[in-house]
Design a protein around this ligand. Structure first.
Ligand code: ZN
Length: 392
């Protein structure tokens, strides 16, 4: 909607220009500089100003997002390192647990074997004890009947007793072995429990780290999406700004310079102040093309701005945005100079000014961060580096 109204205004302006150019118009520009023309520029300047502010805000957001992303990426690297170390700890613990489990299994096998031996020995022992008992009992005929004679019997019963003693020793030894093995198994089991606990602890740490990593990844993902969005916004703003700048340039180019160039060396526009605080050309990392240079210095506010050369004031604007209060002087032959952000303008459209004449006062009106003069030299509407006209 807004663009359409701009288009309509531009069309109206073009028609107006065509009418003006058709006839002999010595002060065509002065005629243009009233209502239509200044409304148009005011509208465009305020739009441009608004976009510039938005673009700066977007750039700040982009910088912030970039910082946030760098921090998140550093955090992610850190988390990945921690997770890798934790995983290594888990692997070591798992190996330890596996070795312990193997040991425990071995011990259990040994214990089972011993238990079997004990059971067998105990059976033999019982049988022999029973035989011995029977041998010692007059009614028990086991040994007696089995013996060929008395001495054989004695021999056999003595042998049985010795065998029983042997079994007893064997059994005692086996029991001691078994006890030892069980102690060892208990030790291994308690060690394994400790390792299991450590492993559980490290695994819970690893889970926490993985959760953090997942959150960090989401954060990085979101920042990346935001960055893309901001870059798109930035591109859109830049396109709009470029379009508005082009429109301003278009209007600028329609300022008709009259007569031949007055010639001579340009006078410095702010006598006594020669500090250039912002040069002509690309600035802000290539986002803004500075169409002039800025002159400033301590105490510059309210100081006189003088005409850089003789000529006719062709444009005066009391704006509140963009260039604020500014004026354009035509020096003939397509040469114009522009003086912006003035606190006061002392001349009117159509007025002839001579080189070095005070025409305005330094201020900070419009889009300005402090008192300074934004000074432009244009030839046929094309901005030139003002430095080329001075030996500074
Ligand atoms: Zn400037």
């Amino acid at each position: 909607m807004r663009n359409q109204s701009i288009l309509k205004k531009l069309l109206a302006l073009a028609v107006c220009m065509a009418v003006l150019l058709a006839g002999p118009v010595p002060y065509g520009v002065a005629a243009l500089a009233d209502s239509d023309y200044s409304d148009e520029l005011a509208d465009l300047n305020s739009q441009y100003d608004e976009l510039k502010k938005k673009q700066d805000a977007v750039q700040q957001q982009i910088n912030q997002a970039s910082n946030d992303k760098a921090a998140a990426l550093a955090k992610k690297r850190n988390l990945n390192n921690q997770i890798s170390l934790t995983q290594q700890q888990i692997s070591v613990l798992e190996e330890k647990i596996a070795v312990l489990e193997e040991n425990i299994a071995e011990k259990e096998e040994e214990i089972a074997e011993l238990e079997e031996k004990i059971a067998q020995s105990y059976n033999q022992y019982k049988q022999r004890l029973a035989a011995l008992y029977r041998a010692g009992n007059p009614t028990a005929l086991g040994v007696v009947l089995g013996a060929a004679n008395f001495s054989d019997f004695l021999m056999q019963s003595e042998m049985l007793k010795r065998m029983a003693d042997h079994d007893q020793t064997l059994l005692d030894g086996l029991a001691a072995n078994k006890e030892e093995l069980e102690e060892k198994r208990a030790e291994l089991n308690s060690e394994k429990e400790e390792q299991d606990a450590s492993k559980a602890e490290v695994e819970s740490l690893k889970n926490q780290l993985n959760n953090q990593l997942s959150k960090t990844n989401t954060q990085i993902h979101n920042i990346t999406a935001l960055e893309a969005e901001l870059q798109a916004d930035k591109a859109a703003f830049q396109a709009k700004m470029a379009a508005i700048q082009a429109e301003i340039d278009d209007i600028y180019s329609q300022i008709q310079s009259s007569g031949d160039y007055v010639g001579g060396q340009l006078a410095w526009p702010v006598p006594g102040f020669r500090t250039i605080t912002s040069e002509f050309g690309w600035r802000f990392g290539g986002s803004d093309y500075h169409t002039g240079f800025d002159i400033s210095g301590s105490g510059v506010n309210g100081k006189s701005i003088v005409a850089a050369n003789s000529g006719t004031v062709v444009y005066v604007k009391y704006g509140t945005s963009g260039y604020g209060r500014y004026l354009i002087v035509d020096h003939g032959g397509g040469y114009t100079t522009l003086y912006a952000h003035c606190s006061e303008i002392m001349v009117e459209v159509g007025e002839y000014v001579s080189r070095g004449q005070a025409i305005a006062k330094v201020g900070s009106t419009g889009w300005s961060t402090g008192p300074h003069l934004h000074f432009e030299v244009r030839v046929n509407g094309v901005a030139k580096n003002p430095r080329s006209y001075y030996s500074v």
